[in-house]
Write a new protein. Structure first.
Length: 174
């Protein structure tokens, strides 16, 4: 009788472990939505590298992120149209062995890649962490991977200073 009970415990433990592991993988690949200051920060660090945005749009987004109440100086007011910031994927790595090693690559829908290291890579890495992206560790590396990033900024709502106007969605763990 003790052998049967031990086998039951082992099988149950194995099943629970597999269920928990598979459940975490499925959950980590699920879409994530962020709003507010985290969404504005993600949009701003990605926008500065985007080939899909004009120089004026990049300047407007940077102004909004820097706290400029009237980010569009030419018009004297924020534009009424919403801005979209998109990237197919973002991959950032930081080493916890070589403390100077950090890099990021952003791939946009046009196929254009933005690759950078150092402080700029750290800014993207830290901003993704602020938005809830959990880094995965592997042999001395911390890796953040995001796909299908889609952010929408409403400059008018952001300038209202009521906490709205910035939304992002993305997938992790793929």
């Amino acid at each position: 009788m003790p052998i049967v009970m031990t086998n039951l415990v082992i099988k149950t433990s194995t099943a629970l472990f597999l269920l928990a592991t598979l459940g975490q993988s499925a959950a980590s690949a699920a879409p994530t939505n962020v709003t507010g200051s985290a969404a504005l920060a993600v949009a701003a660090v990605v926008a500065q590298n985007s080939p899909l945005l004009s120089a004026d749009e990049k300047k407007l987004i940077a102004g909004l992120f820097d706290g400029g109440a009237k980010a569009d100086a030419k018009a004297g007011d924020a534009p009424k149209k919403k801005l979209s910031i998109m990237a197919d994927s973002i991959l950032c790595k930081a080493s916890n062995v070589d403390l100077t090693a950090r890099s990021c690559e952003i791939i946009f829908k046009t196929g254009k890649r933005a690759s950078f290291k150092g402080r700029k890579a750290n800014e993207v890495f830290a901003t993704l962490a602020m938005a809830g992206v959990t880094p995965e560790g592997a042999a001395g590396s911390m890796i953040e991977n995001v796909s299908k990033l889609n952010c929408t900024l409403d400059p008018g709502a952001i300038n209202d200073k009521s906490g709205g106007g910035a939304e992002c969605s993305f997938r992790t763990g793929e």
